[in-house]
Write a protein that binds this ligand. Sequence first.
Ligand SMILES: NC(=O)c1ccc[n+]([C@@H]2O[C@H](COP(=O)([O-])OP(=O)(O)OC[C@H]3O[C@@H](n4cnc5c(N)ncnc54)[C@H](OP(=O)(O)O)[C@@H]3O)[C@@H](O)[C@H]2O)c1
Length: 261
Amino acid sequence: MVTGASAGIGAAFARALAARGYNLILVARRRARLEALAGEFDSRHGTEAEILEADLADAAQLARVEARIREAPDLDLLVNNAGFGITGRFWETDVAEQDRLHRLHVLASMRLVHAALAGMTVRGRGAIIGVSSVAGFVQSPGSTTYAASKCWMNSFFEGLDLELKSIGSPVRLQALCPGFTYTEFHDVAGIDRKRISAKLWMSAEDVVAASLEGLARGRLFVIPGWRYRLLVRVLQFLPASWRRAGAIAYARRTRRDRTRT
Ligand SMILES: NC(=O)c1ccc[n+]([C@@H]2O[C@H](COP(=O)([O-])OP(=O)(O)OC[C@H]3O[C@@H](n4cnc5c(N)ncnc54)[C@H](OP(=O)(O)O)[C@@H]3O)[C@@H](O)[C@H]2O)c1
């Protein structure tokens, strides 16, 4: 199952998995996009794709997807990917949007992973990829709740991994932490791509290739791209006061750039 399969990283996961012969369950709100993708797999790879149109931020629609996972006797892989960004100072943003972000990133992730692990741990096989972000390693004023939700994802997956290891379970988990990836994400969040150095962009296909390679190697944290791996490593070694000063300077600069346009 791939959530958020109608675009970007989710669609790239679906394509890569179909090419490897997986039958898929595709989840997102835009049914027409999912249908087009399913048609592509059928003609190219002869694999099947079931479509689940659902807004995962809606409790009733989320429950349908959870039920589908619980009744799947042989779910090999869940890619918990659906997500979006909100930019701006927290108190100036729309609180209903913030509510939606937390329902999707935190509550839906928790419920879908719970449903998947209930079956996988009994069967003694399976894997879950949670699409997090390099933002999960930092505090990011201007996208505070986005980064906080990805910090939660990293901590959730690391804790679950320890629980699984404590019972010797072979079920594998991965927190995939991409940096800037060229998808519709920035259109949805209203981020001007021109402000981001060309060197930092990765393709969704490269991110997915790194994730699947990391899964084969049993890596819990996968950070695609050497620049981002280096960045995370450096940030982890910096004193907290330097990280805070850097975050404040970055927030001021981004705000200045935004008000100029
Ligand atoms: N792009 C980046 O630079 C970047 C970097 C780090 C991490 N990420 C993470 O990567 C993941 C995928 O993002 P992307 O870059 O591929 O963005 P994208 O191209 O905008 O795709 C987002 C996907 O999530 C789905 N989605 C959004 N809200 C949903 C909801 N309420 N219910 C069900 N599906 C929903 C969208 O489908 P519908 O609109 O059809 O529902 C779409 O398929 C996200 O978790 C994001 O935080 C992205």
